[in-house]
Design a protein around this ligand. Structure first.
Ligand code: PMP
Length: 338
């Protein structure tokens, strides 16, 4: 029996990705982070950020946790907060999927939707959430903290201590490569650091969507971006504190046109319904497999469940509007009448 929802975070299964493995001659596995109670990899960050604040004496019963998030961190933080007796105030760009906003409202987060503007703009959702946390810390009798997932290394440390250790144990130490996209960088740098502590020769690779600047940074030293992606929760334009000091062995840039067919095939052929960032991750894992050659074991992250993107990724009208290919099966045949 689990004492609370918090103890169900982590210890997720590792799933063999059949097609990616067959196509590359490597063993490619996905860490099933969509099986966390909030259905994403960000439950871990939520838990470790809250526990770290408690340890530092920053959170009092009834206190407020404020965060700027594309959605999943807000969901993770809110379910942890509910279980421990805190409130959450979540600042989210209005461009994020309706499903994530609905999930946050149902969980009881106090939601503030703001226009999506770049990080350098003072009204960017991350900066707004930081200022709001300061105001609430001064005015709320129970106090408030800013979770600050991008620059709070409790996020990365959670992956060093849990995700990396689980992957090492689940593969019996036979992991040759790890690939991840970056939102905050907590997953990539944390799992990378944790695996390298066990074996310094494990290859760690970044899979970057178009519109992000890290591929350019790690290949040329310059933060530059072009293009765009419909994936959510990933695509970073700066070196966050979670990425600071971390160096990947490989960096790949993956267009949506390569990532989305992987997501569509996974549903039809492997029964896995996952979000867009997972497509970038698996495309990256296949590229790393090709760099390393057959016979290697490569792990990536299955970041979140696909139902979070019904209105976008699995909506033919949305895909057509973005000039992305619509799989034939999605142009749905009529239901069978009985
Ligand atoms: N995929 C999704 C769907 C996410 O929400 C996030 C986190 N924003 C990531 C991947 C990236 O994780 P991290 O923040 O650890 O880089």
């Amino acid at each position: 029996m689990q004492p609370s929802v918090i103890e169900t975070i982590g210890n997720t299964p590792l799933i063999r990705l059949r097609r990616a493995s067959e196509e590359t001659g490597c063993e490619i596995y996905g860490k099933a982070e969509f099986m966390n109670p909030g259905q994403s990899v960000k439950d871990r960050a939520g838990l470790f950020i809250v526990r770290d604040a408690e340890k530092k004496g920053l959170l009092r019963p009834g206190g407020v946790i404020v965060e700027g998030t594309a959605g999943n961190t807000g969901i993770g933080l809110t379910l942890v907060a509910k279980a421990l007796g805190y409130r959450t105030v979540i600042v989210i760009p209005e461009t994020q999927s309706q499903e994530k906003k609905d999930a946050l409202r149902i969980l009881g987060a106090e939601l503030i939707e703001v226009p999506a503007v770049p990080y350098k703009n003072p009204n960017n959702y991350v900066k707004l959430s930081g200022r709001l946390a300061e105001q609430l810390a001064a005015s709320d009798p129970n106090g408030a903290i800013w979770a600050n997932q991008f620059d709070n290394v409790a996020n990365r440390n959670g992956h060093v201590e849990t995700t990396a250790e689980e992957i090492w144990a689940q593969t019996g130490g036979k992991v040759d490569g790890f690939v991840s996209a970056v939102g905050t960088g907590g997953t990539l740098a944390g799992v990378g650091e944790g695996l390298r502590r066990h074996n310094a020769s494990v290859k760690i690779a970044l899979a970057d969507p178009l519109g992000a600047a890290l591929y350019s940074y790690y290949t040329t030293g310059e933060l530059k971006s072009e293009g765009s992606s419909i994936t959510e929760g990933i695509g970073q334009g700066r070196i966050t504190a979670n990425l600071d000091g971390f160096e990947p062995d490989f960096a790949f840039q993956v267009p949506d046109s390569e990532a989305l067919p992987i997501i569509f095939d996974l549903i039809q052929e492997e029964g896995l319904c996952l979000g867009g960032s997972t497509g970038i991750n698996i495309a990256g894992a296949k590229r790393l497999a090709r760099e390393m050659g057959p016979g290697h074991t490569i792990v990536t992250i299955l970041c979140d469940y696909g139902n979070r993107y019904q209105s976008k990724l699995f909506n033919p009208a949305f895909l057509r509007e973005k000039d992305l290919p619509v799989p034939a099966w999605m142009e749905r045949a009529p239901d069978v009448a009985v």
